[in-house]
Design a protein around this ligand. Sequence first.
Ligand code: HEM
Length: 407
Amino acid sequence: MTASPIAGGADLEGFDFAVDDTTALHEILAELRAAKPYAIVPFAGKHAVLLLTHELVGAAFRDEATFPASAIYPLTTGPVLGKTLQCMSGREHRINRAIASPPFRRGEVARHVEPVLEPLAHELIDRFADHGEADLVAEFTTRYPVLVISRLLGLPVEDEDIVRRWAHDLFCYPFDPDSALAASREFTEYLTPILEHRRRNPGDDLISTLVTATAEGERLDDEQVLAFLRLLFPAGADTTMLALANTLVALLTHPDQLELVRSAPDEHVQWAIWEGLRWEPPVGLLPRICPESTTWRGIDIPASTPMIFSINAALRDPAAYPNPHRYDITRRAADMLAFGQGPHTCAGTWLALAELRTALAILLRRLPVLRIRDNATERARITSQVGTALRGPAELPVRWEVRRSST
Ligand code: HEM
């Protein structure tokens, strides 16, 4: 079904929110928001409603009846990830989430996951700590969250490189469908015998939980487990890697804030992470669809209109945060909006936060006098990634002091 045009025309022309990137994104969002809490903008050759304030974006996430996740995800990820949590609604969503999410609860993460995070972070840093310089995106941020998920699933250590390739390819479906579909097939073939084995011989890993747990008297079938596992990498790894890189960029471009964190890491690391998630949330411009014609908060929205939940504009809304463009860890603002809201709110929030805190603390401890390499600030710029929904730097070339211990 094609959407009929939104009345009144666009508030902005010449910039397509589905494909275009600009260094001035935050300025454009701020200018649009200063005029109105929402804007009509070009999106993939159509017009979309871009929601810009903290209040509107939160309300839209919570209003699953008007903007159901199940109206968009079957189109954007369904062919490659299958029927994931994001494609489900009602009882089916409730049961699948009740089975899949308990291992990611705060207490479970603290008990079972946090102890593996620190050794993993050290293991990766050991590979390059002596070099004095590295691209932290290539060497650390893209590797660490994939490793964490692989370990939680109990996948063999020697398969980590191939799992990392699948994780990357699965995510690129809209841009490279052939590689994504191939990755999906290979991943399924790889996991199917593991599922069978763990069902017969359950251990204390996540796959064993997924194949044996029940909710409301129901168990997940193989395809439901596989869909969840396929979703885990794009939802859990790509977001976390960008979040970590964005916080590092924030600290490295705000030396006073970096000093503050270094002065008392136990106190400040968590706030540096929260402020990083506010300043540049990795899921910045989340697309949805409004399937039925409606008037929502005074906005006339024809059926099938694309919507964009601008999490990044909401988190820099001056009505919610004074001086919103400044990265300031002393705000101590633990804003959950970066993880969405409502029934599809992020199932991995506590895992993500634990991963981010551990990684940042250890990176700062192991890489003293960390700074962006000379003349590399432009390369470390935060840009759109995999389309425009996600944001982070493609590279993070840094230097640090190598301190040889005297023996
Ligand atoms: C900083 C890191 C992360 C950010 C910013 C983030 C953000 C989000 C957002 C905004 C949503 C809602 C999407 C929507 O409503 O359309 C979401 C959903 C989800 N996230 Fe995360 N996420 C992160 C890390 C993780 C991790 C580590 C996991 C691993 C378990 C995870 C698993 C999920 C799942 C399974 C969903 C779908 C939930 C559902 O549909 O019921 N995320 N995430």
